[in-house]
Design a protein around this ligand. Structure first.
Ligand code: SAM
Length: 318
């Protein structure tokens, strides 16, 4: 296992906070990060059509069509791990150790000096086909088909990167600023609950698994960090138009202190609703009296479906 301080010394760099460079130097934290993947349910994390639930409820023949458990994986697929923001490679090294000799890691690093160092430091792994270094901006480069990601994200773009990864339906273990992590995992009725919570939990079960002190990084960031595990699954509600649902939630949370009735009326320019008044007329009175921060994701989904039916949403301005 490579020593994180040794990697920084060999790279001859100092992390630049202005470029989101805070390198992990605590071995115990580095060791723990990949292990958090294992608590996701592998059956739900295929990243493709995971839904094997029978849709016929009454006409299923009484033959040997038992639920297909034979093909269900019993461990998380780590055959191709993605790391966003490789830095000097301390986490990359752990991810390479996690897999077997046929497993692969792809690391994306924007800083050309660091990308070049990674290519030199890990030349054996690259030659063996076990590591690919993509030099570029994680928001712009083509990402490979990965099976899971473990990343200490650049905080300046952590939200954008996360919402690039979440729709892929893969298990993610990601490092964020503590306050951001708390908002991702927040429950309705708490002050942290908001658009970020609903959008995150639309894609995955989100759990804050560990807070990380500043001293675990070099240089230390200004605030404490936290690790969030995101286990993908289908939400327990249905939305026909995902873009509209997310836009509607965004709109209603811009007025979080107003009732849902007024929020629907005041935010049509964001949600794209043509007929907000028709939605207010059709919605349940109890719901209309709530505020956005008391609404469970399933309640937003039901309201979004109603709004789609009667409010004639247009394509919005994401
Ligand atoms: C918090 S550091 C983590 C480094 C390393 N993984 C570790 O844990 O020590 C984030 C890394 O992301 C890189 N980075 C910053 N913005 C990026 C972007 N838009 N795309 C890809 N990498 C980026 C930085 O250069 C830095 O190396």
């Amino acid at each position: 296992m490579r020593d994180p301080d040794g990697l920084i010394a060999r790279a001859g760099v100092r992390g630049d906070p202005d470029r989101d460079q805070h390198f992990l130097v605590d071995d115990r934290v580095l060791d723990r990060l990949p292990t958090y993947l294992t608590d996701c349910d592998p059956e739900k994390t295929t990243g493709t059509e995971a839904d094997t639930t029978p849709t016929e409820t009454t006409t299923a023949p009484e033959t040997e069509t038992a639920p297909d458990t034979e093909t269900a994986p019993d461990t998380i697929d780590t055959s191709h791990l993605l790391e966003i923001g490789g830095g000097t490679g301390a986490l990359t090294d752990r991810l390479l150790e996690l897999g077997t000799e046929t497993d692969r890691v792809t690391v994306v690093e924007r800083d050309s000096e660091l990308a070049s160092f990674l290519r030199t430091e890990f030349s054996d792994e690259i030659d063996a086909g076990r590591l690919t270094v993509i030099e570029g901006d994680a928001l712009e480069v083509d990402l490979p088909e990965f099976t899971a990601s473990v990343s200490n994200l650049p905080y300046g773009v952590s939200s954008e990167i996360t919402f690039r990864l979440l729709p892929e339906g893969r298990p993610l273990v990601l490092m964020f600023q503590q306050e951001f992590a708390e908002r991702m995992v927040a429950e309705p009725g708490t002050s942290e609950y908001g658009r970020l919570s609903v959008s995150t939990q639309h894609y995955a079960d989100a759990e804050l698994v560990e807070s990380i002190p500043k001293e675990a990084f070099s240089p230390p960031p200004a605030v404490q960090s936290a690790v969030v595990r995101l286990c993908p699954r289908e939400p327990d509600y249905e939305v026909a138009d995902e873009d509209f649902f997310l836009r509607f939630v965004k709109a209603l949370f811009t007025q979080r202190r107003k009732t849902i009735r007024n929020a629907i009326r005041n935010t049509a320019h964001i949600s794209g609703l043509d007929a907000p008044e028709a939605v207010v007329d059709a919605a349940d009175e109890d719901l209309l009296q709530k505020r956005a921060d008391a609404m469970a994701p399933a309640e937003f989904a039901a309201l979004a479906e109603l709004a789609s039916d009667v409010g004639a949403p247009e394509g919005g301005d994401e």
